[in-house]
Design a protein around this ligand. Structure first.
Ligand SMILES: Nc1ncnc2c1ncn2[C@@H]1O[C@H](COP(=O)(O)OP(=O)(O)OP(=O)(O)O)[C@@H](O)[C@H]1O
Length: 239
């Protein structure tokens, strides 16, 4: 992973949804360098938020990446401008090898740069280097999630978005994945991550937003959210 530039995404008055059904309502948030986590109950609009930011859904409102406006509903332009999304469910090509899956993550870049990024991905994810020729569909859930993250890094993003990366993983793999996320952020790639694993996500993050029914209901430093009554009662089962 190359040193990137600690990007800042500023979102103002964002609305988005499906066929006239508005899920995200007039949302404003700041994704600063480091790791920002988005929490909330099922159906709160977390995935919809990431899709709208990644250009996969039409939206209203303003999204600025390092001060420059990103277009609505233009995923290719968003990738070119430095956004990468690891969607829920990983969406790997199961009949292709690890190497082939990673190469597909670099489809927009020249072949030489792609080869350099592939070599770097194998340095950063040694577990994948050992399994470069293995078919992605035969790997464990945690390994597949690592392929998905490494593939997203192949585009050399300024801002990496992850939708529930720990879903279905054993606790040890969750820890390993979150430590990879921290390392990515420490190398200057800003991270925005949706998580259901509230305690571990807030322990790994710098800041967080809590969504309910398409709106932000709490936000702040991760440590403060972890200690807040609202998060403790609603998500951590602490009275
Ligand atoms: N393709 C779609 N067409 C119509 N409605 C959708 C579509 N995708 C999601 N929705 C609706 O939008 C709302 C928000 O869904 P979203 O997936 O963004 O929530 P979420 O917070 O990510 O939930 P979860 O934690 O369950 O993944 C839900 O009411 C959902 O039914």
């Amino acid at each position: 992973m190359s040193a990137q530039n600690n990007s800042h995404m500023s979102v103002r008055g964002l609305s988005a949804g499906y066929h006239g059904f508005q899920v995200i309502q007039d949302m404003s948030l700041d994704v600063r360098p480091g790791v920002t986590v988005v929490l909330g109950p099922n159906g709160a609009g977390k995935t919809t938020l990431l899709k709208a930011l990644a250009g996969l859904l039409p939206r209203a409102g303003e999204v600025l990446l390092d001060g420059a406006a990103l277009p609505s509903a233009d995923a290719t332009a968003c990738v070119r401008r430095g956004l990468a999304l690891v969607a829920e469910g990983r969406q790997l090509f199961p009949q292709m090898t690890v190497t082939e899956n990673l190469e597909l993550g670099g489809w927009l870049i020249p072949a030489r740069l792609r080869a350099e990024r592939l070599a770097r991905a194998f340095e950063d994810f040694p577990r994948l280097k050992e399994r470069a020729a293995q078919l992605a569909g035969t790997m464990s859930g945690g390994e597949q999630q690592m392929v998905a993250v490494a593939r997203a890094m192949m585009s050399g993003p300024r801002l990496l978005m992850l939708d529930e990366p720990s879903l279905g993983l054993a606790p040890r793999m969750v820890d390993e994945l979150l430590s990879i996320v921290r390392r990515i952020a420490s190398q200057g790639v800003t991270v925005l991550m949706v998580e259901q694993n509230v305690r571990k996500a807030l322990q790994a993050a710098d800041r967080g937003y809590v969504l309910e029914r398409g709106r932000v209901v709490a936000s702040g430093e991760a440590q403060a959210l972890l200690n807040s009554d609202a998060v403790r009662q609603a998500y951590l089962g602490v009275a």
